[in-house]
Write a protein that binds this ligand. Structure first.
Ligand code: AMP
Ligand code: MG
Length: 453
């Protein structure tokens, strides 16, 4: 039996502030299978509904080096001034700036060297008028000294030194606390830890640090035609690309994929595999395939029978057939089966859920404005995410489609470094249109290096 989904109201979005409809096609969409009426949601509506099901996970301590690429779960404060004491930025002579007044190559000032000081030691001998201490980078400025003249501007003669250049007080001196003051907030909760954050943690004495636990994400492929990557490719079979591309996306976002293999297009097998996945204490469940309106699209059926389905279908291309709900207390996202749809809908919906669970504050992919070289034909009023290659030319960005845009064409995804966003209410996209492009990592190469990835 055919079922019809009536879309009551066109979504209002940033790209479509009036919620305009451009084509009568959007009024009524053919649906089916789930036995209920589900309005097709905008990307924003779907994302908002989905994200309301996720919360920040609990923190866990890790040794500082293992915190790389994790999300900081605590605010970190400095336990001491950094650097702890005034010290020299150069190898040279610590002295009183006043003693160097008028020093020049033709009229050097002569001082008596009273000590040698290496980094890591404090001089007990002070600098008094007419004296200097030979000092190495990082060593604390001796009492009485207020400046350092580098070796390049001095010449040693036995226990005396000739200074060829006058300096002001403070010259070549790094002040105590000039980097960080004791008690200052040095790292904020919610940041992704890069090598520089690791360095800061080390410098404030943090051997261990609190990071958010990695979200565990179950990944289950569906389809009688899908076989594992090391299985023979029999007639009518295809390899399981989605579990691996989605798992890689989970890893890149900071989650921990839990691969559950492939379920047959059969309620019993899918139900059993979903139940066993949930038993593995996951924070999110991803399936791919089986959410469309075909005879064997059983994911929606199982989602509705075992849990509840919140929404189905999003006004986007690729990726329209997409189901979301909960099973056994776990939010479950049924991604479409086509490999590009599965990846793009992960990008737009699942990735943000992982970032929310991690408590990461800046999670948006950067977007840029680019001039699109190609024209794009529109056949519907969904938001299109077009695989493009972006490059920089004369200080501006240009983009070109990477090839066929079918939702099964993974090669044009491989060539892409961004997704051009064509808003729902654009009826045509002529060549030369200015478009917003969501970058998929990395910055656009310069013109002439378009082949670089
Ligand atoms: P479905 O939505 O299940 O009808 O799948 C749509 C298309 O995606 C079909 O051509 C499937 O063969 C393909 N597909 C489904 N699952 C996978 C997978 N795990 N890896 C690669 N292709 C898949
Ligand atoms: Mg299928």
């Amino acid at each position: 039996m055919d079922r019809w989904v009536r879309v009551e109201k066109r979504a209002v979005s940033k790209d479509n502030p009036e919620g305009q409809c451009c084509s009568p096609r959007s009024k009524v969409e053919r649906g089916g299978g789930a036995g209920e009426l589900y309005p097709m949601l905008s990307v924003e509506e779907a994302s908002q509904q989905l994200l309301s099901h996720f919360h920040v996970l609990e923190p866990e301590p890790v040794p500082v080096l293992e915190s790389l690429d994790r999300v900081l779960a605590e605010d970190v404060y400095a336990d001491a001034d950094i650097p702890p004491l005034d010290n020299t930025a150069m190898d040279g002579y610590a002295l009183r700036a006043a003693d160097t007044k008028g020093a020049a190559p033709e009229s050097p000032v002569e001082l008596h060297i009273v000590a040698d000081l290496a980094a890591g030691y404090v001089s007990e001998i002070p600098v008094t008028p007419g004296t200097a201490i030979r000092i190495m980078t990082g060593a604390p400025i001796p009492r009485g000294a207020d400046a350092v003249v580098p070796f390049e501007d001095a010449e040693r003669e036995g226990d005396r030194v000739l200074i060829f250049k006058g300096v002001e007080p403070g010259a070549n001196v790094r002040e105590a606390g000039e980097d960080v003051r004791r008690g200052a907030l040095v790292l904020r909760r919610g940041c992704r830890i890069r090598p520089q954050e690791v360095g800061m943690l080390a410098t404030v004495g943090r051997k261990d640090v609190s990071v958010t636990r990695r979200p565990r994400v179950a990944i289950l492929a569906t389809g009688d035609e899908v076989v594992e990557i090391d299985a023979p490719l029999g007639p009518g079979k295809i390899r399981n690309a989605n579990s691996y591309s989605n798992a890689a996306q989970v890893l890149a976002a900071g989650g921990e994929p839990v691969l559950l293999g492939i379920a047959h297009d059969q309620v019993e097998d899918l139900t059993a595999k979903i139940r066993s996945g949930i038993a593995r204490k996951v924070d999110m469940f991803l399936t791919s395939g089986g959410v469309s309106v075909g005879d064997f699209d059983v994911v929606k059926k199982v989602l509705a029978a075992e849990g509840e389905m919140t929404f189905w279908r999003v006004r986007m291309k690729p990726g329209k057939p997409l189901a979301f709900g909960r099973i056994g207390g776990v939010p479950m996202l049924g991604l479409p089966g086509n490999p590009v749809s599965a990846m793009v809908s992960f990008e737009l919906l699942a990735r943000a859920a992982i970032f929310k669970m991690l408590g990461q504050t800046d999670s948006e992919r950067p977007t840029i404005q680019a001039t699109l070289m190609d024209g794009i034909k529109r056949k519907d009023d969904r938001r299109h995410f077009v695989r493009v290659r972006v490059w920089e030319k004369d200080g501006a960005y240009e983009a070109a489609m990477t090839g066929e845009q079918g939702s099964g064409i993974l090669s044009s995804m491989v060539e892409a470094n961004g997704l051009a966003i064509i808003p729902e209410d654009w009826s045509s996209v002529p060549p030369g249109s200015r478009v917003r492009v969501m970058m998929l990592g990395g910055t656009p190469p310069r013109s002439g290096q378009e082949g670089d990835r």
